[in-house]
Design a protein around this ligand. Structure first.
Ligand code: NDP
Ligand code: GDR
Length: 375
């Protein structure tokens, strides 16, 4: 039997990590993932693909680890001897990076260096291919539109600055040591597995909860912000494709279509049968229901205010607009995104509505339901 290709994924418990692990397992890989020790279970996104080692020989294995711990990373790499490393682990929340800039730099910037050094230290630099989760946040204060691989960077947050170090150290290890190392410069990508505090999931989950009477109002930051949103499932395929080329290179992954946060709110509300009218501007804006159809929002009526801007969610420095040009990925790798934003919104709302209905049902039957609204 042919030997399985071995992949190691940092951040396997996150949105992308879970889709990538599924994708690689379907391709017949042996997949190893690094999970952090937490005081409660943090493997919900990968539980469905994990088999208890007492009950079978699983191709999916988890290791405790942390990007802040070099000796741990070195030991795992030595044990796993991976053909491919996907560095998806990060403190990935831009707003949180203003609260924890040093930790973000340690994990997102130094963590990448630690992994690359561990590969080199173990003499794996000619065997192991390396994917780095770079980001459209590097463009920050944009210098040209749409953004492509040659667009200059101007990062606007501690997160983006840390990711900029990671981007360049990957390029440097490629040039200095001939490592097969690539940066995927990915624009925002979402899914029903998206963390609850990122804007898309905050909206789909929040509106579904409000529709079912579990919450009253969704408080938002800058709803004028413009983003190029794709589906995480489509984007992880590209992460793998990048490591299958003859020579390593960096690619922008995006849809080439842009919407505002306000557009996203409108689309999500429409999926719940509601038409909204936005009143006010930016700082004091609110969204009011002007019509309701169907049975998805039984708790609401025309005239209810369900979204309100709260400047508390504004960032110290904002990335106002991002729009990617994925031409290079299309031409060199034959990649195109498969999911449009309206399709993505539909899938996310449908998922969150099922959860909200379950919680509402429990509440109706007298069980207390604590719906976390931490944002
Ligand atoms: P998530 O926030 O969903 O997942 C991040 C993962 O990193 C989680 O598994 C998390 O563990 C893990 N992690 C956090 N801190 C550490 C640490 N100190 N050591 C080891 N692991 C850690 O992010 P996404 O899946 O959305 O994104 C994946 C990567 O792609 C990230 O690097 C992100 O910055 C980058 N990116 C994401 C984009 C997007 O739109 N989604 C766009 C461009 C880049 P735990 O589950 O325990 O928290
Ligand atoms: P982003 O994603 O910062 O682009 O980083 P996020 O969904 O957090 O914000 C997108 C835009 O929406 C605005 N916004 C709000 N954002 C949040 N989280 N909560 C709000 O209430 C809110 N209201 C408005 C933000 O200001 C911003 O302009 C994501 C992460 O996945 C990064 O890891 C990744 O690198 C980039 O995408 C590409």
């Amino acid at each position: 039997m042919a030997q399985k290709i071995v992949a190691l994924i940092t951040g396997v418990t996150g949105q992308d990590g879970s889709y990538l692990a599924e994708f690689l397992l379907e391709k017949g890989y042996e997949v190893h993932g690094i999970k952090r020790r937490a005081s409660s279970f943090n493997t919900q996104r990968v539980d469905h693909i994990y088999q208890d080692p007492h009950h079978g020989n699983n191709s999916f294995k988890l290791h405790y680890g942390d990007l802040s711990d070099s000796s741990n990373l070195t030991r795992i790499l030595q044990e796993v001897q991976p053909d491919e490393v996907y560095n998806l682990g990060a403190q990935s929340h831009v707003a949180v990076s203003f609260e924890s800039p040093e930790y973000t730099a340690d994990v997102d910037a130094m963590g990448t260096l630690r992994l690359l050094e561990a590969i080199r230290f173990l003499g794996l630099e000619k065997k192991t291919r390396f994917y780095q989760a770079s980001t459209s946040e590097l463009y920050g204060l944009v210098q040209e539109t749409p953004q492509k691989e040659t667009t200059p960077f101007h990062p606007r947050s501690p997160y983006a600055v840390a990711k900029m170090y990671a981007y360049w150290i990957v390029v440097n290890y490629r040039e200095a040591y001939g490592m097969y190392a690539c940066n995927g410069i990915l624009f925002n990508h979402e899914s029903p597995r998206r963390g609850e505090t990122f804007v898309t999931r905050k909206i789909t989950r929040g509106l579904a909860n409000i529709a079912q009477g579990l919450e009253k109002c969704l408080f938002m930051g800058n709803i004028d912000s413009l983003r190029d949103w794709g589906h995480a499932r489509d984007y992880v395929k590209m992460q793998w494709m990048m490591l299958q080329q003859e020579t390593p290179d960096d690619f922008v992954i995006a849809t080439g279509v842009q919407y505002s946060v306000r557009d996203f709110i409108r689309m999500a509300a429409a999926e719940l049968g509601m038409t909204l009218s936005f009143e006010g501007n930016g700082i004091d804006e609110k969204a009011i229901i002007v019509s309701i159809e169907g049975d998805k929002a039984p708790a609401l009526k025309v005239g209810d205010i369900i979204v309100q801007v709260d400047p508390r969610y504004f960032r110290p420095a904002e990335v106002e607009t991002l729009l990617g040009d994925p031409t290079k990925a299309k031409e060199k790798l034959g990649w195109t995104p498969e999911t449009t934003l309206p399709e993505l919104v539909k899938e996310m709302v449908a998922h969150d509505l099922v959860q909200a209905r379950q919680h509402a049902l429990l509440k109706t039957h007298g069980y207390s339901v604590a719906v976390s609204t931490e944002q």
